[in-house]
Write a protein that binds this ligand. Structure first.
Ligand code: PLZ
Length: 453
């Protein structure tokens, strides 16, 4: 066995001090992980599935360590959450300090400074130099729900447009906004009303320019809904769960221009793309757009649950006092974590690191694609890159191949996630603390899995 884990007693300490190596000492799952998974099957609702069959006990840098002593390369960041690195030392210290001061007062009852400081940071960092305000919540879905509430209050209109391949969450309104039925919506209706779907821009499959795709969407919106009825258009600048779909140049600016001309609130859902992930602080910057409202979560607080809506002050202030809130929204421990994570994003070169990781991922995947026509498309920005697997002749999605490659990679100690409306995309979302050698080793394993599939 190679380098032992950092241990105190029987506990494995996480964070960057973990040995940065892929290490398999048992099959995945090992015997102790298997025991937990049996308890899970007996105690946890079966609707709550899992991708990697392990009991995680520590994580940091570029690895997740399980109870059996296996060290897996993390190419998923817990779905784009631990961008600053798992158990980032600054986040850990901030959480420890905050939790020892107070765990909760409820910001709506007794306000505290860290919430205000997070709002100030978001107002400063999000795209656009207009006056902005923020409100904090617990999850991405809750942020999206509140962005829609705010847009409706501001406009006095009720309709909302979301796009093909969209993912916005699992609550009732956000299920309605989400495009894919299985597994997110099937059997869970009836859904919230006044939600309409427009075609997105999906260059690999629609063959349209950005201007053409925007014209198609806008025509549908005008004919089927009417701008006068429309409160908001919501879109992920790069669609995440839907398949890391990067819209054609010009698509997003044309939609934003139309919204602005028609008094419609443009909401960028940057829950997955936000906070350095795409090689920009926010993906909207990559497309030259300034959203009216922007929803954030995931990467914002290094793994602590926190989410936000940030936007034009006059829109954010349209709501009556007491109209927004929640018991836990902007919890002080989560806010302290966010301030530490934001400090890391700004001062540890993580935007640049995301671009470096992206260049390495893209180069490797494009090399694979050149000799393997089953990789139909390689796309994404920064540390948010994906490969779409297809039938080489018909371009039909190949979900079976995708699942087989992901499963084989996980069995070899590399955490990869799939996505896509057709389940035929492998996405790479490494923590920005991922060392180069582990990134390359992870890609070696994926390449071998593909060759064998
Ligand atoms: N908006 C763009 O990506 C969360 C969820 C995976 P929550 N995506 C991962 C799953 O199967 O539940 C997401 C997102 C975008 C909103 C959300 C919702 O964020 O924090 O999961 O509520």
């Amino acid at each position: 066995m190679s380098t032992p884990s950092t241990t105190v007693g029987s506990a494995v300490l996480g964070g960057p001090s973990l040995p940065q190596e892929r290490r398999l000492v048992t099959a995945i799952p090992g015997p102790r992980s298997q025991e937990l998974l049996e308890r899970k099957a007996a105690a946890v609702a079966s609707g709550v599935a899992h991708t990697v069959p392990i009991e995680a006990v520590a994580a940091g840098g570029g690895v997740v360590v399980d109870v059996d002593g296996n060290s897996l390369i993390d190419l998923g960041s817990g779905i784009a959450v631990t961008s600053v690195g798992n158990a980032h030392p600054g986040v850990v210290a901030a959480v420890q300090d905050a939790v020892a001061q107070f765990t909760h007062t409820c910001f709506m009852i007794s306000p505290y400074e860290s919430y205000v400081a997070v709002a100030e940071a978001l107002n400063r960092l999000t795209p656009g130099d207009h006056a902005k305000k923020s409100a904090l919540f617990n999850s991405g879905a809750e942020a999206v729900e509140n962005a829609v509430k705010i847009a409706r209050k501001h406009t006095g209109r009720s309709a909302v447009v979301a796009f093909d391949h969209a993912y916005h969450g699992r609550t009732n309104l956000t299920m309605a906004l989400t495009a894919k039925s299985m597994p997110y919506k099937s059997g869970f209706g009836p859904f919230a009303s006044e939600v309409y779907r427009a075609p997105d821009s999906y260059p690999f499959r629609d063959g349209l320019s950005g201007a053409e795709a925007a014209a198609k969407a806008i025509s549908l919106i005008e004919k089927q809904i009417g701008a006068d009825n429309l409160a908001a258009v919501i879109i992920e600048p790069i669609q995440g769960e839907g398949g890391f779909i990067v819209p054609a140049d010009g698509f997003l600016p044309a939609v934003v221009d139309w919204c602005r001309a028609n008094g419609v609130v443009f909401i960028a859902d940057e829950v997955q793309t936000g906070f350095a992930r795409t090689g920009a602080m926010f993906a909207s910057e990559l497309f030259g757009i300034v959203p009216d409202l922007i929803t954030t979560a995931k990467g914002i607080a290094g793994g602590m649950p926190l989410a936000a809506v940030t936007g034009r002050a006059e829109i954010m202030d349209a709501t009556h006092g007491g109209g927004l809130g929640g018991t836990y929204g902007g919890n002080p421990v989560a806010c302290a974590a966010a301030l530490a994570a934001i400090d890391a994003f700004e001062n540890e070169g993580l935007v640049g690191r995301a671009s470096e990781i992206g260049a390495a991922l893209r180069a490797r995947l494009e090399t694979l694609q050149a000799s393997d026509p089953r990789i139909g498309d390689v796309r994404g920005h920064g540390a948010m890159i994906a490969a779409e697997f297809v039938d080489p002749v018909t371009k039909a999605p190949d979900a079976a191949l995708t699942a087989a490659v992901a499963k084989a990679a996980i069995a070899e100690g590399v955490i990869v996630l799939t996505c896509g409306t057709y389940g035929n995309v492998i996405r790479f979302l490494p923590p920005l603390s991922m060392p180069d050698h582990l990134l390359q080793e992870g890609l070696d394993v994926v390449a071998a899995a593909l060759a064998a599939a």
